[in-house]
Design a protein around this ligand. Sequence first.
Ligand code: CLF
Ligand code: SF4
Length: 291
Amino acid sequence: MAETFEKIKKAHPCFAQGAPSNKGRVHLPVSPGCNIECGFCDRSIHAGRQAPGATAAVITPQEAVSIVRKSVALAPEITVVGIAGPGDTLATDYAFKTFRLIKKEFPELIRCMSTNGLLLDDLADECSRVGVNTLTVTVNDVFPETLALLCERVRYRETVYEGGVAARLLIEKQLAGIKKAADAGILVKINTVLVPGVNAAHIGETARAVSAAGASVLNIIPLIPQNKLAGYAAPTCSELDAARREAERHINVFRHCRHCRADAIGVPGGKDYAGEIYAPRAPLANTFSHG
Ligand code: CLF
Ligand code: SF4
């Protein structure tokens, strides 16, 4: 695993330690539905059905292959094909279909996937089979009573759970899924959305738990106050810095996140090629992309 991490650190812009990377990624917005309800996201539960607003923003696995062709021709610095939304990548099977196609045509590109982790315990083996190399799981807290303030509801196997019960189930599934994925040789990164006054005091515990489960890197994302969390404050630079230092006691910390859209193309923070490649560009709302 240490060897894989060393290799990926150099080739993948979202695992770089130290200076920002000059490698790029192409995100493929193939995953429309979600199975949980985060307060900072303006999506609602609609796994298994095609919500009207969401389908307009999503591309098919076949279209995704042609987007990758155009992207690597325009931006040879791209080393990673990532699927990060706009919903959850495991709530539907489009991400798996896409990776199967991409692996055939672009075996040299790193296959990266982002998920809320609810279904990871069930689907980690399939992630491995379709060739996922790197996986991001968004883990916002490991204490159910606090996580329930950030995520009100989850739908697991056709049953909707709410409040603390939902949060407990999500945490259990995430930690079990991270372990399974890491054991299968997938390099796991964690994204944690930092919400001052809610989960900020638990960052150390979150970092400790995910590291024990097998994650290699943690990325702290400042809250974008919107939807049900519109009244909360985004963290200040010093709160963000303190959280990163706390996390770093337990796990490697990634510090160059650019809060990418689910259809971003290019080096994170550099020129974005999406406008040149999508015609017309998929009209994605300002949803959280998981990254
Ligand atoms: Fe994309 Fe995410 Fe893979 Fe990177 S983004 S799926 S791990 S290839 Fe990167 Fe963008 Fe931050 Fe995400 S800068 S939002 S961490
Ligand atoms: Fe689903 Fe992601 Fe939105 Fe949470 S942030 S509700 S996991 S799409």
